[in-house]
Structures are given as C-alpha cells and as structure tokens.
Design a protein. Structure first.
Length: 147
C-alpha cells in the first residue's frame, strides 16, 4: 500500500506532465482548482495569496502576519474578514468538491479525512505540495521516476 506522501507525489508528478514548468502561482491555482475551490469568491484570491506567502516563508504566522498583509493589500477592514472568506471558500470546496482530490492532498496514513481541515491546514498543506512539486519535478527526479 502506498503511503499518503507517495500518493501525493505520484499525483504531483502526473500533474507536472500536463502543466509543464508553470510558475509557483500557477501550481497553487492548479491544486486549488483540483480541490474545486470556487473562483468567484474573494476567499479564493485570499487563499491563493496566503499559500504563496506561506510557501515563500513557512515561518510566518498565518493570522498575525499573513492575514494582516492580505487585509492591507486588498483593503479589507480586518484580518478576521480574510479568515472568514478563506473559511467559506474551503467550506464550499469541501462540501461540493472532489473526494478523490481531497484524498490526494488531505488523507493521512491512507485514511480519508472526514472533517474539514482548518484554514491553516489547507494553507500549509498546499504550500507543502507546491514545494514538493518544485523539488521533485526537476529533470533529474522526473527522469528517475519516469514521469
């Protein structure tokens, strides 16, 4: 039985075959679209920016730092509005999105996760997947894995 990380890596390598050398933002969008995050919500853009900021500097605090930066950039009244918009986007995707995609990215030890992950879980997990995608999809690794 493949471990969760092996399944995720295998999926990411398949994605790389179809997306080529897209940017980090492009990779984030691909994962978010696979999870069926609704693009028409403000939370989609806030979530994308949160993931990019987390990817850039994984040591940053979400609510105290990243949400504040996003609130200022998008002229939101508070970081609570950013948090709420992201939560609503994740809720919608979790209710109507692909269970298969959720399992690729959010199953643990081969077990489906029944409960919806927190904002920080989604942000850190997608940032990690994008990092994994970038690290593992260099030509050398792709040649070794026959992707």
């Amino acid at each position: 039985m493949l471990s969760t990380i092996d399944k995720t890596l295998s999926h990411v390598l398949r994605l790389s075959e179809h997306t080529g050398n897209c940017s980090v933002a492009g990779k984030v969008i691909v994962v978010m679209m696979e999870l069926r995050m609704p693009t028409k919500c403000n939370g989609f853009e806030f979530l994308k920016q949160s993931i990019l900021l987390q990817h850039k500097d994984p040591t940053r605090a979400l609510s105290g730092d990243i949400y504040q930066e996003i609130a200022l950039h998008y002229r939101q009244d508070s970081e609570d509005l950013v948090d709420q918009a992201i939560r609503e986007t994740i809720d919608r995707a979790w209710k109507t999105g692909s269970k298969k995609a959720r399992d690729w990215y959010f199953s643990y030890d081969g077990q489906s996760q029944a409960r919806k992950p927190s904002n920080s879980d989604v942000i850190s997990r997608i940032a990690y997947v994008v990092e994994l995608w970038q690290e593992c999809c260099t030509e050398e690794v792709c040649d070794e894995r026959e992707c």
